[in-house]
Design a binder for this molecule. Structure first.
Ligand SMILES: *Cc1c(COP(=O)(O)O)cnc(C)c1O
Length: 432
């Protein structure tokens, strides 16, 4: 399979180039040149298959030309090492819990797949791959934990000193092994700038194999389609049509759902649910796409004013705006509505995190207008990850899951770094 750039359908890359480069040289996003369609008989059989068995088929359809059966099995087994249970919250309303991985957020799926695939691709190159990540919190922990102990790959995380929550910080600074954390005396944008400078420094790139594992990488994006297949197979559908509501920021997660539907999964509609960063809901209402500065909210992992995966959504609908707006409905919510949803659902004995709450609200509004549907919202993080907001909303303490609490006991290990490039470059040059 070849991958094309969303900026130029004639620019083609191999899987290995697309994954190791991350972004196409023309700054487009890589997309598979053909989207394989799974046979209906296979989709009909999925209710009797395990999550991993579904994974072998779906990943096999996408990557069989580039990877061996054994490699596909290893990739899927590594990625799907935890479950994604579908929990009924109300009549015809289900929560797809994507937070049972090591860092308690859905990004674990993409990060685990990406790390494993990168390690397979660099084995052939017999050089150490260095993954540079600038983080304001969540991405660092998912990427670090996804790459922990993966052979042939070293991860260097840059985070702004004093700007990341203690819990988030502990999730990547305590790991050791092939994970190094640099505490940068600056803000997130300084970290981002250092990473970009390193990628564009020719001399450095002659010596080191550098890459990025941010969410536009095809290897982080594609595997997210797996849990749509799995959830769909577990819904007690009867004769109802199915809608998925996706709390969104950069729109990788929603795009992966649309990819699953393009592969033949009969999802009838999608809901793009956001906080007040509502560039995409506005577009879906008929306005032109117009990036905005981001606004801080209680669902802060979705505070995105210029969603990076938007070109992928357009590509999936082959630039057919009418079809895009017909199949995907957009809704957005204030912090107050988000908090009220957390409170209301607690009365039904279910605890939402602020991101899942936005997904839930979008689903309910869609279902009010379309009563003949059964709906799933994606619960993208464990409520304990956003405990300040959730404890405040509920007026009580949450019990943290053991693996989240366990991070708090680890010892923080960091290297202090100024925000000037010379110092960072010196550090990178010191790596052999
Ligand atoms: C990253 C993130 C999102 C947004 O996902 P996108 O794929 O960027 O739309 C939603 N919820 C949580 C908890 C996240 O960490």
């Amino acid at each position: 399979m070849k991958y094309y750039s969303t900026n130029n359908p004639y620019h083609l890359a191999s899987l290995s180039e697309a994954v190791i480069k991350g972004l196409a040289p023309d700054n487009g996003l890589y997309m598979p040149q053909q989207i394989p369609i799974l046979p209906k008989e296979l989709i009909d059989k999925m209710p009797e298959m395990t999550f991993r068995e579904i994974g072998y088929e779906v990943i096999g359809a996408l990557f069989a030309e580039d990877l061996s059966k054994q490699q596909i099995k290893e990739l899927v087994d590594h990625t799907l090492s935890f479950d994604a249970p579908l929990i009924q919250v109300e009549e015809d309303v289900f929560s797809l819990e994507l937070f049972h991985g090591p860092t308690l957020a859905f990004k674990d799926f993409g990060a685990r797949f990406c790390s494993k695939l990168m390690s397979m691709l660099v084995k052939e190159k017999s050089r150490t791959l260095r993954v540079l990540v600038a983080t304001s919190g969540d991405t660092g922990s998912a990427v670090a934990n996804g790459f922990l102990g993966v052979e042939g790959v070293e991860v260097i995380i840059l985070f702004p000193k004093g700007k990341v929550s203690k819990l988030q910080e502990k999730q990547f600074t305590t790991l050791g092994q092939n994970i190094t954390s640099l505490e940068v005396d600056g803000v997130f944008d300084d970290c981002q700038t250092l990473v970009k400078q390193a990628f564009s420094d020719q001399k450095l790139n002659q010596h080191l194999l550098l890459t990025s594992a941010n969410s536009i990488n095809i290897a982080r994006w594609v595997p997210q389609c797996l849990y749509y297949f799995y959830a769909y197979s577990r819904i007690p559908k009867g004769s109802k049509k199915v809608v998925f509501s996706v709390p969104s920021g950069n729109f990788g997660n929603l795009g992966a759902g649309i990819l699953a539907s393009r592969m033949g999964l009969p999802i009838d509609h999608f809901v793009a649910a956001t906080n007040v960063n509502k560039v995409v809901p506005n577009y879906l209402q008929g306005l032109p796409f117009h990036a905005q500065p981001s606004i801080a909210t209680v669902s802060n992992s979705m505070d995105v004013g210029n969603p990076s995966n938007f070109p992928r959504l357009q590509a999936l609908y082959e630039k057919n705006e009418e079809q895009f707006r017909e199949k995907v409905k957009g809704y957005y919510y204030s912090d107050r509505q988000t908090i009220e949803a957390i409170q209301a659902i607690q009365l039904k004995s279910y605890t939402l995190d602020p991101h899942g709450a936005v997904g839930y609200l979008g689903l309910k509004d869609f279902m009010d207008e379309h009563p003949d549907y059964i709906g799933v919202f994606l619960e993208t993080a464990h409520p304990g990850k956003f405990r300040d907001v959730v404890e405040d909303a509920l007026g009580k303490k949450l019990v943290l899951p053991e693996r989240l609490a366990a991070f708090l006991d680890g010892e923080k290990k960091v290297i202090q770094m100024g925000k000037n490039f010379a110092e960072f470059k010196g550090f990178l040059e010191g790596l052999d």
